[in-house]
Structure formats: structure tokens, C-alpha cells
Design a protein around this ligand. Structure first.
Ligand SMILES: [Zn+2]
Length: 503
């Protein structure tokens, strides 16, 4: 996420209701390591016994899935903003522990009446004793049988969504923007389906409380297969996290995303679409009429940033990348997808010296630092925001090298050195101070780190960090461990200056 405007946060009754201060410790371990299929018992015998009976049939377990599979059938009434959804989650247990329940995030339930669960089954057994409080994001589903390590369970559910209107306000600086829902010209489905949250062995399920600013969700990777049908006869454009594939049924459209964190869509009858090919990746830009110049700049910057970051960090993992003009005042990243604020479209001046280009580079960088290398966005938000912000500098030095000094002056001010980089969202001290710590002071730290070790080691470190953690979740401890694997430089002074914890 990024925005630059200073905002006062209003304590609406709704948010007050939601918010509880977070006391979860920062996890020190990383994701479950098990990614291989457990071996089946096939020891070769030392002697060949004479067969006396035909072998008894032992049914082989189904092949283990590498990651959860989401099959989602969305029936959307574009006119009334109501949806009916059939969803299947096939969840392999790679936690290393036996699970007796699953915990899912249900963000649409944070809106009053926004989510109604119609049916729920686990391995085809109907489940009635699930827990989902009113206006709670947490759905806990007891499993009829314990799920052992390496086992797989299938959830099927049907539910309806009533999409909220995106918050309308006279002063866009006053309150956190809402992305989920609809405006007069756009319908956004972000964090719109129930998903199983990560499980930290020894600690439990990771589902942090929402906060006034910053992101609170943490994701495993999953595969998505999403079919969209419009039930009201409308035929809007669909900007999506997934690559479109042939649909099995007339009147439906189907999208697939492999090893993504979260599947986002934005729907509108008003979009213009531009696209460009970068190697085997198709880049799409969706924007409203009369915004051709900024729409083209968003597309062009995304293409350039994809090329620069592929070269500097490592391979982009998806087949498509989609950039969308958001009808709200912020930018936000999802898997293979991001939004840029309408405000930056309005302020675009046909040069690279503006927020439209800066934020396009920033949100594209989140495909490396958020989607590929994930982190705990609530407790260690700097891991993706510091790197996405510093990636803006890397974009400019490669594409517009004469503008690096301008970028520092425009983006960073000394007075922003307001605290420690490793600040959880809950301790940010307000939106602007939160940005100053985790985005900008973080970028200054990265610059100092780079100057300490030189470009060669610095970029070897970033590539190594990316390659070690693409598809996984990293912690600050991981970040510094990989750094020390690449450099013996003494950075204790930088650590003391920028970080409150030791790693
Ligand atoms: Zn960001």
C-alpha cells in the first residue's frame, strides 16, 4: 500500500468496535518447511519370499497437494451489487501438526450484513457448529476428524455477499480509504472470499486485528480457479489477479492464478484496456475514459519496473500483471494486480516526476516484496514496505537515472526519521508517522546498507533473499541472516540507529 496524503483518522464507531490492541509476539520461525511429498513405504526386500497369498490391497493416499486449491464460482449481479458464491478449498496440512480445526479470514463479514454463510461441509459432511461472530473476520471450523500432517481436507461452502458502497466523503484526506465494494463506476472484490490463514507451528493461526492504517492480513500461497458469471445480463470488463483461460460454460469467464497470495478483481463497464507483452508476461492497464495519458504511463511504468526488478531481484512468478485505476485515494497491491489512486491520475503531468510513476513502480515492486516474498504485514510491515519504497529508487536509477536526486527530495525528508523501521502497524503512532518509519526511514536504511557493502554485494544479497524466500514468508531475522550470509560487514551501528529489536 502507499499513499502520500496526510490524513486524520476518524474514530468511527465501526472501527472502534473492531479494534483491539494486538499483543501477539513477533513470530521468530518461518513457514512450515515441509514441501515434499512424504515417502511411501517401499523398502526393497533383502530376500524374495515366496508369495503364498495375493497381496492385500492397500489404497494409496491421493497425491499430496503442494499448496491449497481455491475453486470459486462467483455469480455476480452487477446491478444490485449482490453475489452468490460456491467455493471449494482443498487444504493440505503442511503445518507438521495435527489440526482439529481450521481458521479462515472472512473480511466481508466486517460489514454489517455483508456476508451470509448458507452451507458448509468438510469432506462432504455438513458442519453446523462453526464459529463466526457478527462483524468478526474469524471463521473457525471444527474438523469432524483430526487432520494429520500430510493429510488433506476439502471444504465446500456457499455464501452470499452484499457489497458495501465504498466510503463516500467530502474530504478524501479524512479517513482510511475503503477498497472493497463499489463506487459509481467500479466494483472491487479484494479479500472477498473466506481463506485459510497461515498456521505457525507452536503458535497457532495467524489472523491479526484490522487497524486504522497498514495491512493486517497474512497469507499462505494458494492456487486459484475463479469463474465469474453476471446474473443480470451485464457484460462489464474484469481486471483480475488471474490469467484468463477458456471457460467451460457459455456466459462465464474463468481466471487462474498459481501460487498467489490473494485473488483480486475489479469490474466496470467503463474501463478502457491497454496491454503489452514483456517476455511471457502480459501486462494489462485498466483505466477510465479521458485518462489515456496516465493510463499509458501506468502501463509503461509497470512494464519497465517488471523488467528492472526481474533483472535486479529475480523472476516474476505469474503470467499476467494487471494495473487498475482505483476509484479511491490510495494505491494497493494484490497478487499479480494493483490499484493506483484516481488522484494520481488527475495529478499526472506527462513526465516521470510525479506520484503516478512513483506508485506504479512501488506497487509493481510488491510482486517481489509481498506476493513472492511474503511477510507478517501487521507485525513486520517494513519487510515489504521498506523494500517496495527502496525499489522505487532502483526503478528510477535504472530507467530515469537523472531523477534519483529528485526522487529522494520528493519522497524523503530528514524530519521523517521519526522512529524505528521495525514498527508493527499497531505501534505506528498515526498514519504519517507509520509511513515515516516503515517506508521512508526504511528506505534510508537500505541506502546506508548499500553504501556500507557496495552495489555488488547489496544486489547479490537482495537476489539471494528473493530466491530463498519466493513462495514463502520471511521474517526480519531471515532478512538479516541472508544479509550476513552475503557480507561480513559490521552493521551494528546501522542496526542500533534504525531498529528497536536485535536480529
Ligand atoms: Zn506499499
Amino acid at each position: 500500500m502507499h499513499t502520500h496524503a496526510i490524513r486524520r483518522i476518524l474514530l468511527s464507531a465501526f472501527w472502534v468496535f473492531l479494534l483491539i490492541s494486538c499483543s501477539s509476539p513477533i513470530p521468530t520461525a518461518i513457514l512450515p518447511a515441509a514441501t515434499s511429498i512424504p515417502p511411501t513405504e517401499t523398502e526393497s526386500p533383502t530376500e524374495t519370499p515366496l508369495p503364498t497369498e495375493p497381496p492385500t490391497e492397500t489404497p494409496l493416499p491421493p497425491p499430496a497437494l503442494e499448496r491449497p486449491q481455491y475453486g470459486i464460482d462467483l455469480q455476480l449481479n452487477y446491478t444490485t451489487k449482490v453475489a452468490a458464491v460456491n467455493q471449494t478449498i482443498t487444504y493440505p496440512n503442511w503445518t507438521g501438526e495435527t489440526l482439529t480445526s481450521l481458521v479462515l479470514s472472512v473480511q466481508p463479514n466486517l460489514w454489517n450484513g455483508g456476508f451470509s454463510l448458507k452451507s458448509l461441509a468438510v469432506d462432504e459432511l455438513p458442519i453446523a457448529n462453526y464459529q463466526l461472530e457478527n462483524l468478526s473476520q474469524r471463521l473457525e471450523i471444527p474438523l469432524p476428524r483430526p487432520l494429520p500432517p500430510g493429510g488433506t481436507v476439502t471444504l465446500t461452502m456457499t455464501y452470499s455477499l452484499i457489497l458495501p458502497q465504498m466510503q463516500a466523503y467530502s474530504n478524501p484526506n479524512e479517513i482510511r480509504p475503503q477498497i472493497y465494494g463499489y463506487s459509481e463506476r467500479q466494483l472491487n472484490l479484494v479479500d472477498w472470499y473466506p481463506f485459510v490463514v497461515p498456521y505457525q507451528p507452536g503458535e497457532g493461526w495467524i489472523l491479526h486485528n484490522p487497524w486504522f492504517y497498514g495491512e493486517h492480513l497474512v497469507y499462505d500461497t494458494a492456487d486459484f480457479d475463479v469463474t465469474v458469471t453476471f446474473t443480470d445480463g451485464s457484460n462489464p470488463q474484469i481486471a483480475s489477479s488471474g490469467a484468463e483461460v477458456a471457460s467451460g460454460s457459455a456466459g462465464s469467464r474463468r481466471f487462474k492464478l498459481e501460487a498467489g497470495r490473494t485473488f483480486a478483481m475489479s469490474v466496470s463497464t467503463l474501463y478502457k484496456v491497454a496491454q503489452r507483452q514483456v517476455g511471457d508476461v502480459t501486462v494489462f492497464a485498466y483505466y477510465f475514459a479521458f485518462y489515456d495519458a496516465p493510463g499509458e504511463a501506468m502501463l509503461q511504468t509497470t512494464v519497465e519496473a517488471l523488467q528492472v526488478f526481474t533483472q535486479k531481484f529475480g523472476l516474476y512468478r505469474h503470467k499476467t500483471m494487471t494495473a487498475v485505476q482505483g476509484d479511491f485515494n490510495d494505491g494497493m497491491e494484490y497478487s499479480a494486480f494493483y490499484f493506483i489512486s484516481r488522484d494520481y491520475f488527475n495529478l499526472y503531468d506527462n513526465t516521470p516526476k510525479n506520484y503516478l510513476v512513483i506508485i506504479a513502480a512501488h506497487e509493481t515492486a510488491h510482486q517481489w516484496w509481498f506476493d513472492a516474498v511474503a511477510d507478517d504485514q501487521a507485525l513486520e510491515p517494513w519487510l515489504d514496505e521498506t523494500l517496495a519504497t527502496y525499489s522505487e529508487r532502483i526503478y528510477y536509477e535504472n530507467v530515469h537515472p537523472d531523477l534519483v536526486d529528485w526522487w529522494w527530495g520528493y519522497r524523503y525528508f530528514e524530519f521523517q526519521k521519526a522512529g524505528f523501521v521495525d514498527t508493527p502497524i499497531y505501534e505506528g503512532g498515526g498514519q504519517r508517522p507509520y509511513w515515516d518509519k516503515t517506508y521512508f526511514t526504511g528506505a534510508r536504511f537500505m541506502e546506508d546498507l548499500r553504501q556500507r557493502v557496495g552495489d555488488e554485494i547489496f544486489f547479490a544479497f537482495l537476489k539471494d533473499y528473493y530466491n530463498q524466500f519466493a513462495g514463502k514468508r520471511a521474517t526480519a531475522a531471515d532478512f538479516f541472516r541472508v544479509f550476513r550470509e552475503n557480507s561480513a560487514a559490521d552493521i551494528s551501528d546501522l542496526m542500533a540507529q534504525y531498529f528497536q529489536n536485535t536480529y
